[in-house]
Design a protein around this ligand. Structure first.
Ligand SMILES: [Zn+2]
Length: 428
C-alpha cells in the first residue's frame, strides 16, 4: 500500500484533475485511503507514468555515433550496422543497453517503454537477446513492451523467433501481457522499406495466434521514397494490401501522409506514434498530429532510439511536439500533448489500465516537484510541466505501486554501475 500526500495537482487523466492524496493497494489505484508507506508530494504535481511508445533500446549504446548526424538514411543505416557489427550484438550487450535505456526512462518519468528491437544478427541467439532485455527492465522496475522486430530478416526465421520468444517468456498467455503486467510482447517489421510482404504476413500470423499487438514504422520520408522506387506505390497502400491497416496496428512516424491517407488510416482504426525527437533531426518532417487527431486517430508519443534521438526523455519530446505543432496545421494544448504520452501511447499498446489514475488503474505515477525557480511564476503548473523547465526529472516514480525512483535516484539499481557495465562491454 502506498499513499501520495500533499500534491498541489493530481492529473487523473487528460480531462480530470484533483488535489491532495492518491492511494494504491496491490499495485492499482484505489478510491479509499489506505495506510502503508507515504510519499510526500508537497509542492508537486502528480501525473500518470509516461509511456514511451517507440524506442529502440539497443541504440542507447550507440548515441552520437560519428557519421549518423545530418546524413541521409542510406548513409545512416550502414554506419549503424557497422557499429553493431564492431560491438557484436548479443545478450550481454542487449542487457547492458536496455538497463541504461529503461533506467534513463524511469529517471525521466517513463514507466512503460515499447522497445522495437530491430537488430538480430544472423546466427545470434534471438531468445537470449529478448530474454536479457526483458530481465533488464524487470530488475530495474520498469514495464516493458518488447516488440520482436525485423529489418531485412529472413521472414521464416523472424516468425519462428517471435514464436519461440512468446513460448519461452509468456508461455500459455493469450493477449501478449504477463499476469503482473510488467512484460508485453508484440511484433513489428521495421517498415515496407525494409521488409517484404512475407515478413508482414508471417508476423501477423504469429500476432493473430497469440493475440499480440502489431507495430511498424510508416511514412517517414525515406519509407515513401523507397516504397515508390521498389513497388511504385506508397507505404499506406502496401500496408493496406498486406493486411496491416487494422485496429491492432500502431504506426510510428507518419511524417509524410496525405489527407486521403489520413482518412483511410482513421477508418481502419489504427493508432499512431509521433516521434518528433527522431523525425526532426533525421530530416523526415513533422507528423501532422493535429490533423491525425482531428480525423479521430489516437496518437501516442515515442522518442525512437539513440541512433537518431540521443535521449529517451519523453517529456522533453512532448515539449518539442507541442512547440512544432503549429508548423504543421495547428497548435496542440499542453494537456493534450501530455495525454499523448499517457492514454495516447497506452491505446497503441492496448493497455486500458495504463496512462491514467482512475480507480482501478495500474499504480504507475510520477511526482514532479514544481517548487523551484524554473517553475516560479507559472500560472498553470500542469501546462508548465511541458512549457517550463525543459529536461525536468520527476522526484519520485512509482510502478505498480512500488517506488522505483525516490528523490531522483533509482531504487533498484546503482545508476553509475549501469553506466560502467555498458562502458566495459563496449570497450571490449
Ligand atoms: Zn523508429
Amino acid at each position: 500500500m502506498l499513499t501520495i500526500t500533499g500534491a498541489t495537482h493530481i492529473v487523473i487523466d487528460e480531462s480530470t484533475e484533483t488535489t491532495g492524496t492518491i492511494s494504491s493497494a496491490d499495485g492499482v489505484i484505489v478510491d479509499r485511503l489506505h495506510g502503508g508507506d507515504t510519499l510526500d508530494a508537497t509542492g508537486c504535481v502528480v501525473t500518470p507514468g509516461l509511456i514511451n511508445a517507440h524506442h529502440h533500446l539497443l541504440q542507447s549504446a550507440f548515441r552520437t555515433l560519428p557519421g549518423t548526424r545530418g546524413v541521409a538514411m542510406a548513409e545512416w543505416l550502414p554506419t549503424m550496422a557497422a557499429a553493431y557489427a564492431r560491438a557484436g550484438v548479443d545478450a550481454e550487450l542487449a542487457h547492458a543497453a536496455a538497463s541504461v535505456g529503461v533506467a534513463e526512462g524511469l529517471l525521466s518519468g517513463v514507466t512503460t517503454v515499447a522497445d522495437h528491437h530491430l537488430t538480430w544478427p544472423s546466427g545470434a541467439d534471438t531468445l537470449a537477446i529478448a530474454t536479457a532485455t526483458t530481465e533488464a527492465a524487470r530488475a530495474i522496475g520498469g514495464r516493458l513492451a518488447f516488440v520482436r522486430g525485423s529489418a531485412r530478416d529472413d521472414p521464416q526465421e523472424a516468425a519462428a523467433s517471435a514464436g519461440a520468444i512468446i513460448a519461452a517468456l509468456l508461455p500459455g498467455v493469450v493477449g501478449g501481457v504477463s499476469d503482473d503486467g510488467m512484460l508485453q510482447l508484440a511484433v513489428g517489421p521495421a517498415g515496407v522499406h525494409s521488409d517484404s510482404r512475407e515478413t508482414f504476413e508471417l508476423l501477423a500470423e504469429v500476432a493473430a495466434k497469440h493475440r499480440l499487438r502489431r507495430r511498424t514504422q510508416a511514412n517517414e520520408q525515406v519509407d515513401v521514397v523507397i516504397a515508390l522506387e521498389k513497388y511504385g506505390r506508397r507505404p499506406v497502400d502496401l500496408l493496406e494490401d498486406w493486411g496491416w491497416l487494422a485496429p491492432d496496428v500502431t504506426l510510428a512516424h507518419l511524417c509524410d501522409v496525405t489527407d486521403d491517407e489520413i482518412a483511410r488510416l482513421a477508418s481502419a482504426g489504427i493508432t499512431a506514434t509521433h516521434a518528433p525527437g527522431c523525425d526532426l533531426p533525421m530530416g523526415w518532417g513533422i507528423a501532422p498530429v493535429a490533423k491525425l487527431r482531428a480525423a479521430g486517430i489516437v496518437v501516442g508519443l515515442g522518442t525512437s532510439g539513440g541512433g537518431s534521438n540521443d535521449a529517451g526523455h519523453l517529456l522533453a519530446d512532448a515539449r518539442l511536439a507541442m512547440q512544432v505543432a503549429p508548423l504543421v496545421g495547428a497548435a496542440i494544448p499542453a494537456r493534450d500533448v501530455l495525454g499523448m504520452t499517457m492514454a495516447g501511447s497506452a491505446a497503441g499498446l492496448g493497455r486500458a489500465e495504463l496512462g491514467h489514475l482512475r480507480t482501478g488503474a495500474a499504480a504507475d505515477l510520477c511526482v514532479w516537484d514544481v517548487s523551484g525557480v524554473a517553475d516560479a511564476g507559472v500560472a498553470d503548473p500542469v501546462a508548465g510541466l511541458l512549457w517550463a523547465s525543459p529536461g525536468r526529472r520527476p522526484r519520485h516514480v512509482v510502478v505498480a505501486g512500488r517506488v522505483v525512483v525516490r528523490d531522483y535516484q533509482l531504487v533498484n539499481a546503482d545508476e553509475r554501475q549501469l553506466v560502467e557495465t555498458l562502458r566495459r562491454r563496449l570497450s571490449r
